[in-house]
Design a protein around this ligand. Sequence first.
Ligand SMILES: NC(=O)c1ccc[n+]([C@@H]2O[C@H](COP(=O)([O-])OP(=O)(O)OC[C@H]3O[C@@H](n4cnc5c(N)ncnc54)[C@H](O)[C@@H]3O)[C@@H](O)[C@H]2O)c1
Length: 358
Amino acid sequence: MAGSILAEIEARGHEQVVFFNYPEVGLRAIISIHNTVLGPALGGCRMRLYPTEAAAIEDVMRLSEGMTYKSALAGLPLGGGKACIIADPKMTTGREALFKKFGECLNNVMGRYITAEDMGTSVADMMYVKQTSTHVVGTDPKLGGAGDPSPWTAKGVFFAMQAASERVFGSGRSLRGKRVSVQGIGNVGMHLVEHLAHEGAIVTVCDTQQSAVDEAVKKFGVTASTIENIYEAPCDIFAPCAIGQTINKITLPRLKAKIIAGAANNQLSDPSIYSLIAEQGVLYCPDFAINSGGVICVCAEATGRGTDTAWIQSKVDAIYDTTGRVLDESKRRGKFTEAVAVELAKEIIQAAKSRKDS
Ligand SMILES: NC(=O)c1ccc[n+]([C@@H]2O[C@H](COP(=O)([O-])OP(=O)(O)OC[C@H]3O[C@@H](n4cnc5c(N)ncnc54)[C@H](O)[C@@H]3O)[C@@H](O)[C@H]2O)c1
Protein backbone atom coordinates (compact mmCIF):
# COMPACT_ATOMS: atom_id res chain seq x y z
CA MET A 1 0.00 0.00 0.00
CA ALA A 2 2.77 2.43 1.00
CA GLY A 3 4.50 1.67 -2.29
CA SER A 4 1.47 2.52 -4.37
CA ILE A 5 0.83 5.75 -2.48
CA LEU A 6 4.41 6.85 -3.07
CA ALA A 7 4.02 6.02 -6.76
CA GLU A 8 0.83 8.06 -6.85
CA ILE A 9 2.55 11.02 -5.14
CA GLU A 10 5.40 10.83 -7.63
CA ALA A 11 3.12 10.52 -10.67
CA ARG A 12 0.99 13.50 -9.68
CA GLY A 13 3.85 15.67 -8.49
CA HIS A 14 2.75 16.13 -4.88
CA GLU A 15 5.43 17.18 -2.42
CA GLN A 16 4.10 15.53 0.72
CA VAL A 17 1.13 13.51 1.93
CA VAL A 18 0.98 12.97 5.68
CA PHE A 19 -1.28 10.59 7.65
CA PHE A 20 -2.26 11.13 11.28
CA ASN A 21 -3.87 8.65 13.65
CA TYR A 22 -4.96 9.61 17.19
CA PRO A 23 -7.66 7.10 18.22
CA GLU A 24 -7.98 8.65 21.71
CA VAL A 25 -9.75 11.66 20.13
CA GLY A 26 -11.12 9.84 17.05
CA LEU A 27 -8.79 11.67 14.68
CA ARG A 28 -7.78 10.04 11.42
CA ALA A 29 -6.55 12.76 9.10
CA ILE A 30 -4.62 13.24 5.88
CA ILE A 31 -2.80 16.42 4.91
CA SER A 32 -1.87 16.65 1.25
CA ILE A 33 0.66 19.27 0.17
CA HIS A 34 0.79 19.49 -3.60
CA ASN A 35 3.11 22.42 -4.21
CA THR A 36 4.78 25.13 -2.12
CA VAL A 37 6.83 26.97 -4.74
CA LEU A 38 4.72 30.12 -4.50
CA GLY A 39 4.16 29.92 -0.74
CA PRO A 40 2.66 27.74 1.99
CA ALA A 41 0.03 25.30 0.79
CA LEU A 42 -3.41 26.62 1.71
CA GLY A 43 -6.70 24.78 1.39
CA GLY A 44 -9.70 23.75 3.43
CA CYS A 45 -10.12 20.80 5.75
CA ARG A 46 -12.99 18.47 4.85
CA MET A 47 -14.68 16.23 7.36
CA ARG A 48 -16.34 13.22 5.78
CA LEU A 49 -17.07 9.55 6.21
CA TYR A 50 -15.39 8.35 3.02
CA PRO A 51 -16.53 4.98 1.61
CA THR A 52 -12.91 3.79 1.56
CA GLU A 53 -9.52 5.04 2.67
CA ALA A 54 -8.49 5.15 -1.00
CA ALA A 55 -11.39 7.52 -1.71
CA ALA A 56 -10.16 9.86 1.03
CA ILE A 57 -6.61 9.84 -0.36
CA GLU A 58 -7.90 10.47 -3.88
CA ASP A 59 -10.12 13.34 -2.74
CA VAL A 60 -7.47 15.14 -0.73
CA MET A 61 -4.75 14.71 -3.36
CA ARG A 62 -6.98 15.87 -6.23
CA LEU A 63 -8.26 18.87 -4.29
CA SER A 64 -4.79 19.95 -3.13
CA GLU A 65 -3.59 19.95 -6.75
CA GLY A 66 -6.58 22.10 -7.71
CA MET A 67 -5.68 24.58 -4.96
CA THR A 68 -2.17 24.95 -6.42
CA TYR A 69 -3.60 26.06 -9.77
CA LYS A 70 -6.32 28.23 -8.22
CA SER A 71 -3.89 30.25 -6.09
CA ALA A 72 -1.29 30.52 -8.86
CA LEU A 73 -3.82 31.92 -11.34
CA ALA A 74 -5.13 34.32 -8.71
CA GLY A 75 -1.60 35.70 -8.26
CA LEU A 76 -1.41 34.69 -4.60
CA PRO A 77 1.75 33.89 -2.63
CA LEU A 78 0.31 30.48 -1.79
CA GLY A 79 0.73 26.88 -2.78
CA GLY A 80 -1.88 24.15 -2.91
CA GLY A 81 -2.89 21.92 -0.04
CA LYS A 82 -5.90 20.24 1.44
CA ALA A 83 -6.73 18.14 4.47
CA CYS A 84 -9.40 15.64 5.32
CA ILE A 85 -10.57 14.24 8.60
CA ILE A 86 -12.18 10.83 8.20
CA ALA A 87 -15.06 11.12 10.64
CA ASP A 88 -18.77 11.85 10.77
CA PRO A 89 -19.20 15.60 10.10
CA LYS A 90 -22.30 15.55 12.32
CA MET A 91 -20.37 14.40 15.40
CA THR A 92 -20.96 16.63 18.41
CA THR A 93 -19.26 14.90 21.34
CA GLY A 94 -15.49 15.34 21.39
CA ARG A 95 -15.32 17.83 18.55
CA GLU A 96 -13.20 20.28 20.52
CA ALA A 97 -10.57 17.66 21.43
CA LEU A 98 -10.47 16.37 17.86
CA PHE A 99 -9.87 19.77 16.28
CA LYS A 100 -7.33 20.80 18.93
CA LYS A 101 -5.40 17.63 18.09
CA PHE A 102 -5.72 18.47 14.40
CA GLY A 103 -4.07 21.82 15.22
CA GLU A 104 -1.12 19.87 16.64
CA CYS A 105 -0.97 17.93 13.36
CA LEU A 106 -0.66 21.25 11.53
CA ASN A 107 2.26 22.21 13.78
CA ASN A 108 3.83 18.92 12.80
CA VAL A 109 4.09 20.06 9.17
CA MET A 110 5.50 23.36 10.43
CA GLY A 111 3.42 25.87 8.50
CA ARG A 112 3.92 24.23 5.12
CA TYR A 113 0.13 23.74 5.14
CA ILE A 114 -2.47 26.28 6.32
CA THR A 115 -5.97 25.02 6.93
CA ALA A 116 -9.44 26.58 6.66
CA GLU A 117 -13.09 25.66 6.89
CA ASP A 118 -14.46 23.37 4.18
CA MET A 119 -17.23 20.84 3.63
CA GLY A 120 -18.23 19.33 7.00
CA THR A 121 -16.20 21.78 9.11
CA SER A 122 -17.13 25.19 10.51
CA VAL A 123 -15.71 28.47 11.77
CA ALA A 124 -16.26 27.11 15.31
CA ASP A 125 -14.06 24.10 14.46
CA MET A 126 -11.36 26.43 13.14
CA MET A 127 -11.51 28.36 16.42
CA TYR A 128 -10.66 25.09 18.23
CA VAL A 129 -7.77 24.56 15.81
CA LYS A 130 -6.57 28.08 16.58
CA GLN A 131 -6.18 27.15 20.24
CA THR A 132 -3.32 24.80 19.36
CA SER A 133 -1.99 26.16 16.06
CA THR A 134 -1.45 29.42 14.20
CA HIS A 135 -1.65 27.67 10.83
CA VAL A 136 -5.38 28.27 10.34
CA VAL A 137 -7.42 30.93 8.55
CA GLY A 138 -11.09 31.70 8.02
CA THR A 139 -11.57 32.16 11.73
CA ASP A 140 -14.00 34.44 13.56
CA PRO A 141 -13.96 37.98 12.05
CA LYS A 142 -14.43 39.44 15.54
CA LEU A 143 -11.01 37.98 16.35
CA GLY A 144 -9.26 39.22 13.20
CA GLY A 145 -10.44 36.46 10.89
CA ALA A 146 -11.35 37.00 7.27
CA GLY A 147 -15.03 36.20 7.74
CA ASP A 148 -17.36 34.78 5.11
CA PRO A 149 -15.50 34.50 1.78
CA SER A 150 -18.66 33.78 -0.25
CA PRO A 151 -19.43 37.38 -1.32
CA TRP A 152 -15.94 37.60 -2.82
CA THR A 153 -16.32 34.29 -4.60
CA ALA A 154 -19.62 35.47 -6.09
CA LYS A 155 -18.05 38.72 -7.28
CA GLY A 156 -15.21 36.88 -9.01
CA VAL A 157 -17.63 34.56 -10.80
CA PHE A 158 -19.68 37.57 -11.88
CA PHE A 159 -16.57 39.24 -13.39
CA ALA A 160 -15.67 35.98 -15.15
CA MET A 161 -19.15 35.85 -16.68
CA GLN A 162 -18.60 39.36 -18.01
CA ALA A 163 -15.27 38.39 -19.59
CA ALA A 164 -16.83 35.32 -21.23
CA SER A 165 -19.93 37.18 -22.37
CA GLU A 166 -17.82 39.84 -24.10
CA ARG A 167 -16.10 37.14 -26.12
CA VAL A 168 -19.15 35.04 -26.94
CA PHE A 169 -21.83 37.66 -27.53
CA GLY A 170 -19.64 40.64 -28.45
CA SER A 171 -22.02 42.99 -26.68
CA GLY A 172 -19.62 44.56 -24.19
CA ARG A 173 -18.96 43.78 -20.55
CA SER A 174 -22.48 44.32 -19.25
CA LEU A 175 -24.70 41.31 -18.66
CA ARG A 176 -27.84 43.40 -19.01
CA GLY A 177 -30.53 41.35 -20.77
CA LYS A 178 -28.48 38.14 -20.64
CA ARG A 179 -30.36 35.08 -19.38
CA VAL A 180 -28.49 33.39 -16.56
CA SER A 181 -29.48 30.14 -14.81
CA VAL A 182 -28.02 29.74 -11.35
CA GLN A 183 -27.98 26.18 -10.00
CA GLY A 184 -27.79 26.41 -6.21
CA ILE A 185 -28.39 29.63 -4.34
CA GLY A 186 -26.57 29.06 -1.08
CA ASN A 187 -23.88 31.38 0.25
CA VAL A 188 -22.25 32.08 -3.13
CA GLY A 189 -25.25 31.61 -5.44
CA MET A 190 -27.44 34.13 -3.60
CA HIS A 191 -24.74 36.83 -3.75
CA LEU A 192 -24.25 36.06 -7.44
CA VAL A 193 -27.98 36.43 -8.07
CA GLU A 194 -27.84 39.82 -6.37
CA HIS A 195 -25.06 41.04 -8.71
CA LEU A 196 -26.89 39.69 -11.74
CA ALA A 197 -30.20 41.26 -10.74
CA HIS A 198 -28.54 44.65 -10.19
CA GLU A 199 -26.90 44.35 -13.59
CA GLY A 200 -30.26 43.74 -15.28
CA ALA A 201 -29.70 40.11 -16.22
CA ILE A 202 -32.71 37.81 -16.53
CA VAL A 203 -32.15 35.19 -13.85
CA THR A 204 -33.57 31.72 -13.27
CA VAL A 205 -32.68 29.85 -10.08
CA CYS A 206 -33.11 26.45 -8.48
CA ASP A 207 -32.16 24.97 -5.15
CA THR A 208 -33.02 21.89 -3.12
CA GLN A 209 -34.01 24.31 -0.35
CA GLN A 210 -37.36 25.84 -1.27
CA SER A 211 -36.80 28.62 1.28
CA ALA A 212 -33.74 29.84 -0.65
CA VAL A 213 -35.70 29.88 -3.90
CA ASP A 214 -38.56 31.80 -2.26
CA GLU A 215 -36.09 34.33 -0.86
CA ALA A 216 -34.46 34.94 -4.26
CA VAL A 217 -37.83 35.32 -5.99
CA LYS A 218 -39.01 37.77 -3.35
CA LYS A 219 -35.82 39.83 -3.10
CA PHE A 220 -34.65 39.89 -6.70
CA GLY A 221 -37.70 39.06 -8.82
CA VAL A 222 -36.01 36.04 -10.41
CA THR A 223 -37.78 33.04 -11.98
CA ALA A 224 -37.85 29.76 -10.06
CA SER A 225 -37.10 26.43 -11.71
CA THR A 226 -37.19 22.87 -10.44
CA ILE A 227 -33.90 21.03 -9.87
CA GLU A 228 -34.44 18.97 -13.02
CA ASN A 229 -35.74 21.68 -15.36
CA ILE A 230 -32.85 24.05 -14.69
CA TYR A 231 -30.83 22.28 -17.40
CA GLU A 232 -33.45 23.05 -20.03
CA ALA A 233 -34.30 26.60 -18.99
CA PRO A 234 -33.66 29.00 -21.87
CA CYS A 235 -30.41 30.73 -20.96
CA ASP A 236 -27.18 32.26 -22.24
CA ILE A 237 -25.06 31.45 -19.19
CA PHE A 238 -25.33 28.41 -16.91
CA ALA A 239 -23.85 28.87 -13.44
CA PRO A 240 -23.26 25.70 -11.37
CA CYS A 241 -23.10 26.95 -7.78
CA ALA A 242 -24.26 23.88 -5.85
CA ILE A 243 -22.30 20.64 -6.00
CA GLY A 244 -19.60 19.17 -8.25
CA GLN A 245 -19.97 17.17 -11.48
CA THR A 246 -23.35 18.54 -12.55
CA ILE A 247 -21.98 18.92 -16.09
CA ASN A 248 -21.88 15.40 -17.45
CA LYS A 249 -22.87 13.37 -20.51
CA ILE A 250 -26.53 13.37 -19.48
CA THR A 251 -26.94 17.03 -18.52
CA LEU A 252 -24.70 18.68 -21.15
CA PRO A 253 -26.90 17.96 -24.20
CA ARG A 254 -29.85 19.47 -22.33
CA LEU A 255 -28.10 22.81 -21.76
CA LYS A 256 -29.11 25.76 -23.93
CA ALA A 257 -26.31 27.99 -22.64
CA LYS A 258 -23.35 29.24 -24.66
CA ILE A 259 -21.29 29.82 -21.50
CA ILE A 260 -20.78 27.77 -18.35
CA ALA A 261 -19.40 29.85 -15.47
CA GLY A 262 -20.07 29.05 -11.83
CA ALA A 263 -18.58 28.72 -8.37
CA ALA A 264 -18.88 24.99 -7.74
CA ASN A 265 -15.63 23.03 -7.57
CA ASN A 266 -15.11 20.21 -10.08
CA GLN A 267 -18.12 21.03 -12.24
CA LEU A 268 -17.15 18.65 -15.04
CA SER A 269 -17.73 14.92 -14.55
CA ASP A 270 -14.38 13.95 -16.13
CA PRO A 271 -11.99 15.04 -18.90
CA SER A 272 -13.90 13.02 -21.51
CA ILE A 273 -16.50 15.81 -21.43
CA TYR A 274 -13.98 18.41 -22.74
CA SER A 275 -14.52 17.53 -26.39
CA LEU A 276 -18.30 17.28 -25.98
CA ILE A 277 -18.45 20.81 -24.52
CA ALA A 278 -16.36 22.13 -27.39
CA GLU A 279 -18.49 20.31 -30.01
CA GLN A 280 -21.62 21.81 -28.49
CA GLY A 281 -20.10 25.27 -28.98
CA VAL A 282 -20.12 26.08 -25.26
CA LEU A 283 -17.42 28.21 -23.64
CA TYR A 284 -16.47 26.72 -20.29
CA CYS A 285 -14.85 29.00 -17.72
CA PRO A 286 -12.65 26.70 -15.58
CA ASP A 287 -14.02 26.66 -12.02
CA PHE A 288 -10.65 27.01 -10.29
CA ALA A 289 -9.78 30.04 -12.43
CA ILE A 290 -12.93 31.94 -11.53
CA ASN A 291 -13.98 30.84 -8.02
CA SER A 292 -10.81 32.09 -6.31
CA GLY A 293 -12.53 34.99 -4.50
CA GLY A 294 -12.77 32.85 -1.37
CA VAL A 295 -9.09 31.89 -1.27
CA ILE A 296 -8.13 35.49 -2.03
CA CYS A 297 -10.13 36.54 1.02
CA VAL A 298 -8.50 34.01 3.36
CA CYS A 299 -5.08 34.77 1.83
CA ALA A 300 -5.44 38.30 3.18
CA GLU A 301 -5.76 36.77 6.65
CA ALA A 302 -2.91 34.30 6.07
CA THR A 303 -0.52 37.03 4.93
CA GLY A 304 -1.32 39.40 7.80
CA ARG A 305 -3.44 41.78 5.73
CA GLY A 306 -6.42 41.00 7.93
CA THR A 307 -9.53 42.26 6.27
CA ASP A 308 -7.76 44.65 3.88
CA THR A 309 -10.71 44.91 1.53
CA ALA A 310 -8.88 47.13 -0.98
CA TRP A 311 -6.25 44.40 -1.49
CA ILE A 312 -8.92 41.70 -1.72
CA GLN A 313 -10.98 43.80 -4.13
CA SER A 314 -8.00 44.38 -6.45
CA LYS A 315 -7.27 40.64 -6.61
CA VAL A 316 -10.93 39.79 -7.20
CA ASP A 317 -11.16 42.48 -9.90
CA ALA A 318 -8.24 40.74 -11.64
CA ILE A 319 -10.37 37.59 -12.12
CA TYR A 320 -11.95 39.43 -15.07
CA ASP A 321 -8.54 39.72 -16.82
CA THR A 322 -7.43 36.24 -15.79
CA THR A 323 -10.58 34.71 -17.25
CA GLY A 324 -10.05 36.69 -20.45
CA ARG A 325 -6.46 35.45 -20.65
CA VAL A 326 -7.51 31.81 -20.17
CA LEU A 327 -10.22 32.07 -22.83
CA ASP A 328 -7.99 33.87 -25.34
CA GLU A 329 -5.09 31.49 -24.79
CA SER A 330 -7.44 28.53 -25.19
CA LYS A 331 -8.34 29.84 -28.64
CA ARG A 332 -4.72 30.59 -29.50
CA ARG A 333 -3.37 27.22 -28.32
CA GLY A 334 -6.34 25.30 -29.73
CA LYS A 335 -6.89 23.52 -26.43
CA PHE A 336 -9.78 23.20 -24.01
CA THR A 337 -10.05 26.06 -21.52
CA GLU A 338 -9.50 23.90 -18.44
CA ALA A 339 -6.33 22.35 -19.88
CA VAL A 340 -5.03 25.81 -20.76
CA ALA A 341 -5.80 27.16 -17.28
CA VAL A 342 -3.68 24.35 -15.80
CA GLU A 343 -0.90 25.13 -18.29
CA LEU A 344 -0.94 28.83 -17.41
CA ALA A 345 -0.84 28.05 -13.69
CA LYS A 346 2.09 25.68 -14.21
CA GLU A 347 3.90 28.38 -16.21
CA ILE A 348 3.48 30.84 -13.31
CA ILE A 349 4.88 28.26 -10.87
CA GLN A 350 7.75 27.33 -13.18
CA ALA A 351 8.71 30.99 -13.63
CA ALA A 352 8.75 31.47 -9.85
CA LYS A 353 10.83 28.32 -9.43
CA SER A 354 13.34 29.51 -12.03
CA ARG A 355 13.63 32.88 -10.28
CA LYS A 356 14.20 31.08 -6.94
CA ASP A 357 16.77 28.69 -8.39
CA SER A 358 18.80 31.36 -10.20
N1 LIG B 1 -18.12 29.64 -0.41
C1 LIG B 1 -17.07 29.96 -1.15
O1 LIG B 1 -16.46 31.01 -0.99
C2 LIG B 1 -16.65 29.03 -2.25
C3 LIG B 1 -15.39 29.21 -2.85
C4 LIG B 1 -15.01 28.36 -3.90
C5 LIG B 1 -15.87 27.35 -4.31
N2 LIG B 1 -17.08 27.19 -3.68
C6 LIG B 1 -17.96 26.13 -4.17
O2 LIG B 1 -19.16 26.73 -4.65
C7 LIG B 1 -20.28 25.91 -4.37
C8 LIG B 1 -21.29 26.69 -3.56
O3 LIG B 1 -20.67 27.10 -2.35
P1 LIG B 1 -21.56 27.71 -1.18
O4 LIG B 1 -20.60 28.20 -0.16
O5 LIG B 1 -22.56 28.64 -1.75
O6 LIG B 1 -22.28 26.40 -0.64
P2 LIG B 1 -23.70 26.33 0.07
O7 LIG B 1 -23.76 25.00 0.71
O8 LIG B 1 -23.94 27.55 0.90
O9 LIG B 1 -24.72 26.41 -1.15
C9 LIG B 1 -24.98 25.35 -2.01
C10 LIG B 1 -26.46 25.39 -2.33
O10 LIG B 1 -26.75 24.41 -3.31
C11 LIG B 1 -27.96 23.76 -2.96
N3 LIG B 1 -27.98 22.47 -3.64
C12 LIG B 1 -27.41 21.31 -3.27
N4 LIG B 1 -27.62 20.36 -4.20
C13 LIG B 1 -28.30 20.96 -5.20
C14 LIG B 1 -28.78 20.53 -6.46
N5 LIG B 1 -28.61 19.27 -6.89
N6 LIG B 1 -29.42 21.42 -7.25
C15 LIG B 1 -29.60 22.69 -6.83
N7 LIG B 1 -29.17 23.15 -5.65
C16 LIG B 1 -28.53 22.30 -4.84
C17 LIG B 1 -27.96 23.72 -1.46
O11 LIG B 1 -29.28 23.59 -0.96
C18 LIG B 1 -27.35 25.07 -1.12
O12 LIG B 1 -28.33 26.09 -0.98
C19 LIG B 1 -19.73 24.68 -3.67
O13 LIG B 1 -19.50 23.68 -4.63
C20 LIG B 1 -18.40 25.16 -3.10
O14 LIG B 1 -17.48 24.10 -2.96
C21 LIG B 1 -17.48 28.00 -2.69
